[in-house]
Design a protein around this ligand. Structure first.
Ligand code: C2E
Ligand code: CA
Ligand code: CA
Ligand code: CA
Length: 267
């Protein structure tokens, strides 16, 4: 049983509802900006899925993504997210807004599914998205035996011009190997590493070491969960120039995002 806005909901009823939710357009993709901290401009956005349930209202992904991973619906849900993310730049263009890098979250079971590459190719064709504007965020919680298989898939994705990021980097110890094992373009420093970066010497030291290692390998770094100016200041000092977090903007609906983006561009 989970509690959402004080309404008790049973998992089994939610599980039943999720399949329908995907088909009946109850999902929506929110967007959160990624900011170049030094020059104060938007370098991209991350798409974050929400479920607008007819009875329970807005349900956060932490309540239904694990469920979808478990019952296999993640493939269908992931396909919906890919489509939506790939259409975003067309929507912006219709409003006279320039295209942006779009980061999309890919769950381990979605990446491991045999349909993954085919789904991706199909969505790219269908939507006509320019793959150069896409980034896939993967988590490295996948099992070790699968690294070769996953690397092969990711290389195919990269051959299309799509970037690969490792999400939640630094949240677990195995992470450090993944930087070497997988073909990646970017690391997303986990929020847990950023939280006390302005007060905790050890945290600052760890982040500094990760940035140096990444730089040596030509891998970009983005910090997650930046909530105030002190964290930004330390990150800039350590050589990290891009961040995402409530300090710059919460995840927003597509139309809220278009407003934020227009305003940012001075339109
Ligand atoms: P994530 O990929 O690590 O996404 C970042 C999460 O941190 C988001 O939560 C975002 O709202 C939150 N966040 C951003 N800035 C801040 C900050 O400054 N402070 C704090 N405290 N939090 C911040 P959200 O949207 O609830 O998503 C949670 C997780 O659900 C995501 O973590 C991701 O693992 C998963 N998820 C979300 N959308 C998708 C999706 O489309 N597909 C898949 N497979 N997973 C998704
Ligand atoms: Ca993410
Ligand atoms: Ca993350
Ligand atoms: Ca995550």
């Amino acid at each position: 049983m989970i509690l959402i806005v004080n309404v008790p909901i049973s998992f089994s009823s939610l599980k039943k509802d999720l399949g329908r939710a995907i088909e009946t357009d109850q999902l929506s993709l929110y967007y959160q900006p990624q900011i170049d901290m030094k020059h104060r401009y938007i370098v991209g956005i991350e798409g974050l899925v929400r479920w607008n349930h007819p009875n329970y209202g807005l349900i956060p992904p932490s309540s239904f993504i694990p469920m979808a991973e478990e019952n296999g619906l993640i493939v269908q849900l992931g396909l919906w997210v890919m489509r939506e993310g790939c259409r975003a730049n067309h929507r912006f263009a219709a409003r006279g807004l320039p295209p942006l890098f779009i980061s999309i979250n890919i769950s381990p079971n979605q990446l491991n599914s045999p349909a993954f590459l085919e789904d991706l190719y199909r969505v790219i064709q269908e939507t006509g998205v320019d793959p150069q504007f896409l980034e896939l965020e993967i988590t490295e919680s996948m099992e070790l035996e699968r690294v070769d298989q996953v690397s092969r898939k990711l290389r195919e994705v990269r051959n299309l011009g799509i970037r690969i990021a490792i999400d939640d980097f630094g949240a677990g110890l195995s992470n450090y190997h993944r930087m070497h094992q997988l073909p990646i373009d970017r690391l997303k420093l986990d929020r847990s590493l950023i939280r006390n970066i302005h007060t905790d010497d050890n945290q600052r030291f760890i982040v500094s070491a990760i940035i140096l290692l990444a730089n040596r390998r030509g891998i970009d770094v983005i910090a997650e969960g930046v909530e105030h100016a002190e964290q930004e200041k330390v990150l800039l000092e350590l050589g990290c120039s891009v961040a995402q977090g409530f300090y710059y903007g919460q995840p927003m609906t597509c139309s809220q995002w278009e407003q934020y983006y227009s305003h940012h561009l001075g339109l």
